[in-house]
Design a protein around this ligand. Structure first.
Ligand code: SF4
Length: 348
């Protein structure tokens, strides 16, 4: 049973934060018309927090500009803020001047990208999330053991491109259950599956079931590839969706885990669910006839954007915010070792 925080639940294990963007109640404020169910966990995961801190600390340490290959995390507001601090985002390493500092994003890169960077004498800092690195290691091991690797994921997503690059001759992309029929392997008794870290848990299990029907000897990964943060945010949105006529998911359109939250909300009973990059993307008309609004955010979304959405809702009479807590998260990751080494050298 999830814990409820708010006026009606004094025994909440988690303090309801104050939201700087929230519009305070005042005589001019409208009378309360509805409530908000605020999913928890939501927002930044450990991998995103580490990646964003990596760029911030690199700019402090080496000075601007610091180059970043691809969006460090899939959120337009985070990217814009880091650009203001002195980050330059590029698509490929050949856009980075020789010997400059370049950060690889949280989504990971193929080994060929490391080789290209070394050939150009770039000073690389790898901010790949350790949970993505784990999937790369699994791909290398299955490759060494001569398996065909069925990688469940979305075509073109940076993480999928990076993982595929570990064993390009062995990896077959499986983009959902409907793609299973078309998969051909060398030896049906020697196949293993892996997945992108940010997929829908339920849809991935459907894809695995279809794969196993086609390949009964299919080998599982040693542990879940869909990461703890993706799973926790999907469980949390399920907790609020059934009671919400409308669910707002704060996140950018290229954020896989944010898009999945919209799908999970709809599948779990929300009458409507929308992805909004920020408060300016919300349509007043969505509130027509709505008593309960669910709010959550993807793993790359700063809490300030959620606070602005809560402020917008409060100004329209949805000031009763109840936080629904389905899990506590305490995981943190150390900064990349290259950065820690240089920070130590500077401090020493
Ligand atoms: Fe890592 Fe998961 Fe966050 Fe991606 S969503 S950065 S895999 S913790």
């Amino acid at each position: 049973m999830p814990a409820r925080c708010g006026p009606a639940a004094n025994a909440c294990p988690r303090t309801l934060p104050t939201y700087p963007g929230r519009v305070p109640a005042s005589p001019a404020s409208p009378a309360p018309t509805g409530r908000v169910l605020l999913a928890s966990p939501r927002g930044y995961c450990a991998g995103v927090d580490r990646a964003v801190q990596t760029v911030e600390r690199a700019i402090e340490l080496y000075g601007a500009p610091v180059y970043v290959r691809k969006q460090i995390v899939h959120n337009s507001h985070v990217v814009a803020r880091l650009e203001r601090l002195g980050a330059i985002f590029v698509d490929e390493t050949d856009e980075v001047p020789e010997s400059a500092v370049v950060v690889f994003s949280a989504h990971g890169v193929a080994p060929s990208v490391h080789e290209e960077a070394a050939a150009r004498s770039l000073r690389t800092i790898d901010a790949t999330c350790p949970l993505v690195t784990k999937v790369h290691a699994e791909a290398r091991r299955f490759d060494r053991e001569d398996y065909d690797i069925l990688l469940i994921g979305h075509e073109g997503h940076e993480e999928v491109v990076g993982t595929t690059g570990e064993a390009p001759d062995r990896v077959h992309l499986v983009d959902g259950p409907e793609a299973v029929d078309g998969i051909e392997v060398r030896d049906p008794s020697k196949v293993a599956w892996l997945s992108q870290t940010t997929l829908s848990v339920d849809e991935t299990m459907q894809t695995v079931a279809a794969l196993r029907q086609k390949f009964p000897l299919l080998v599982d990964p040693p542990s879940d590839d869909i990461c703890y943060a993706t799973q926790n945010r999907q469980v949390a949105v399920k907790e609020i969706a059934a009671e919400s006529e409308l669910v707002l998911v704060v996140g950018s359109a290229n954020s896989s885990n944010s898009v999945r939250l919209v799908e999970v909300a709809k599948d779990s009973g929300a009458a409507a669910a929308y992805l909004v990059d920020d408060v300016s993307h919300i349509d007043d008309g969505w509130l027509d006839g709505v008593a309960t609004v669910g709010v959550t955010s993807g793993a790359s979304v700063p809490e300030s954007l959620v606070a602005e959405v809560l402020g917008w809702l409060a100004a329209r009479g949805y000031a009763d915010v109840q936080q629904v807590v389905s899990a506590e998260e305490r995981l943190t990751f150390a900064l990349p070792h290259e950065l820690r080494r240089d920070l130590r050298a500077t401090a020493g």
